[in-house]
Design a binder for this molecule. Structure first.
Ligand SMILES: Cc1cc2nc3c(=O)[nH]c(=O)nc-3n(C[C@H](O)[C@H](O)[C@H](O)COP(=O)(O)OP(=O)(O)OC[C@H]3O[C@@H](n4cnc5c(N)ncnc54)[C@H](O)[C@@H]3O)c2cc1C
Ligand code: SF4
Length: 503
């Protein structure tokens, strides 16, 4: 038998037949390698939805590789010999196959990269890591962009990428004359609510998914969340159907209602494509092209299309750049010295605060919440109450089906918690309960009142907002973007101290 040239590693979030590591794959000399390991579900207390989506998508991808006649080594989670870690499984395979070298597409997680590098070096084997061509930009592009900048703002990197890709550009200028239509994209549903919403695109579990569900229910019985309503796309074909349905049914309203919330409404006008994108079942280029074509054909307004494309061409690329240029130190950052434990109700939804209860319960049920639920409900409460950012990071990484560290960590630590001291966000995203009252109907069914900051009915968000400002007044006063909020606090405190004027 010919000696094995490359053992080509394919991780659970690299399910793309065109991935860079597979480019010159030679079935005569190379072997593909995939492994299901318990560690990926236990290093954080991964929800059952999240584990199921990864394992089911991996098994479907493996099936397609085999159907194409490609040689593949695949370890299942319940293999009695499974060591439970990627490093352990790789070591076992190296002894078995004795390859000349290891090859992979760059992983999405610093921890995994270190573990695999460790195995390669322990076995004295070269490990070739190729750029992940799934993304529009490389980490080197971001690094170049970041040189000499104290703060790394999305807008400038996004404009660079618009120019480089030509997406929504004409003659070197942004179409419509503006880079950004954010101001048009902040609507709420008003008093009457969203009305009839398009049904979400969900997929009934097939045999493979049902088998994974049974395995996860037994193996991770105590892990958070439920699997009663599992319906995520787990193949490329399903992901493409989900993309088509989003473009046809939701994109036109995406922008306008991007920030809106409504009790019991999980899906609204969002795309629900993050999981398929992060597993690499979808290419961001095809997603952005489909959105751009919808504008060109007059199906969707420019504000909606630009708003959507900015999330993918802008935010998604930008947070990846932040992650890989800032790790491993980024994980330890805690600029606001937040040390409170994560409240237990984040794992159960058992709280009287209606907005938090709604966001957490749908998260546990579906492994999904949209951006404003993550940023301005679960994230905001943790920020205002000073929750340790690392504990919060572990929660976000555990509960969402789209959670991979390169995208989750900067969103949590940087954008939501200001734990990087302003590297990513120009100010902490803080607000009282009145913001939630304006953007949703949650407060109408809540035992608290968003207008009150003291007394038994005071909204905890409003109470903690003022406490947060007071606690961090000295630091925040130095930030011009916080000047108004700090001044309001000082005015409030001065009024509270001044003697009651005689009538
Ligand atoms: C605290 C916190 C944690 C987050 N953790 C994750 C995570 O683990 N994985 C993840 O993919 N996103 C994460 N996000 C970003 C965002 O909330 C999700 O991408 C989005 O809610 C997914 O739902 P959707 O597919 O319906 O998105 P849509 O609203 O339809 O947006 C379209 C696409 O844009 C991309 N996108 C949107 N916002 C962001 C963003 N801020 N950063 C990167 N990509 C973005 C996603 O790929 C998404 O599918 C997090 C945000 C916050 C505030
Ligand atoms: S009153 Fe406060 S806690 Fe209740 S739903 Fe509104 S913002 Fe949330």
């Amino acid at each position: 038998m010919k000696p094995l040239r490359h053992l080509v590693l394919v991780l659970g979030d690299q399910l793309d037949a065109n991935a860079s590591a597979l480019q010159d794959f030679d079935p005569q000399q190379d072997l593909l390698w995939m492994a299901e390991v318990a560690e990926e579900s236990t290093h954080v207390w991964s929800s059952r939805q999240r584990t199921t989506v990864f394992l089911s998508a991996m098994r479907h991808f493996a099936q397609q590789l085999r159907e194409r006649g490609l040689p593949l080594h695949y370890t299942v989670l319940d293999d009695p010999a499974n060591t439970g870690t990627l490093a352990g499984e790789l070591s076992r395979s190296l002894q078995l196959y004795q390859p000349q070298s290891l090859l992979m597409t760059a992983p999405g997680d610093w921890r995994v990269l270190q573990a695999l590098r460790g195995v390669a070096s322990a076995h004295g084997l070269p490990l070739e890591i190729r750029d992940d061509t799934h993304f529009f930009s490389t980490v080197r592009d971001f690094d170049r962009h970041a040189q000499g900048r104290k703060q790394l703002r999305l807008e400038y990197f996004y404009r660079e990428l618009r120019q480089r890709t030509g997406i929504l550009m004409q003659d070197g200028k942004p179409v419509g004359g503006q880079w950004n239509y954010d101001v048009e994209n902040r609507g709420s549903f008003g008093k009457t609510g969203p009305g009839a919403l398009p049904a979400p695109t969900r997929f009934a579990p097939d045999d493979i998914t049902r088998e994974v569900i049974a395995l996860v229910q037994t193996r991770f019985a105590t892990h958070p969340g439920s699997l009663d309503s599992f319906g995520w796309p787990v193949t490329r074909e399903q992901a493409l159907l989900a993309l088509d349905a989003f473009i046809a049914q939701r994109l036109p309203q995406f922008g306008q209602y991007q920030d809106a919330l409504w009790e019991g409404e999980v899906w609204l006008y969002h795309s629900h494509l993050s999981c398929a994108l992060n597993l690499k079942l979808l290419d961001p280029r095809e997603v952005c092209s489909a959105a751009e074509a919808a504008w060109q054909s007059g199906h969707a307004p420019l504000a909606a299309v630009e708003g959507f494309i900015r999330q993918i061409l802008g935010w998604r690329e930008y947070v990846r750049g932040i992650y890989w240029t800032q790790m491993p130190g980024y994980l330890e950052r805690n600029a606001m010295n937040a040390t409170a434990p994560l409240p237990d109700f984040y794992w159960t939804g058992d709280t009287d605060m209606a907005c938090l209860r709604d966001a957490i319960l749908q998260t546990l049920q579906h492994g999904y919440a949209h951006h404003i639920q993550r940023l301005m409900v679960t994230g905001l409460y943790a920020l205002l109450t000073g929750v340790d950012p690392k504990q919060l990071h572990q929660w976000y990484l555990a509960v969402y089906v789209d959670a991979v560290e390169w995208v989750e960590l900067p969103n949590t630590l940087g954008m939501s918690q200001y734990a990087d001291g302003g590297l990513m966000a120009s100010k902490p995203y803080i607000a009282t309960g009145k913001y939630i009252a304006r953007m949703s109907n949650h407060c109408q069914g809540c035992r608290y009142n968003p207008d009150l900051s003291s007394g038994p009915d005071a909204c905890p968000f409003t109470v903690h907002y003022w406490a947060y400002l007071r606690r961090h007044q000295a630091t925040l006063a130095r930030n011009p973007r916080m000047a108004l909020q700090v001044k309001n606090l000082q005015r409030r405190d001065a009024q509270a101290l001044s003697p009651v004027s005689p009538r």
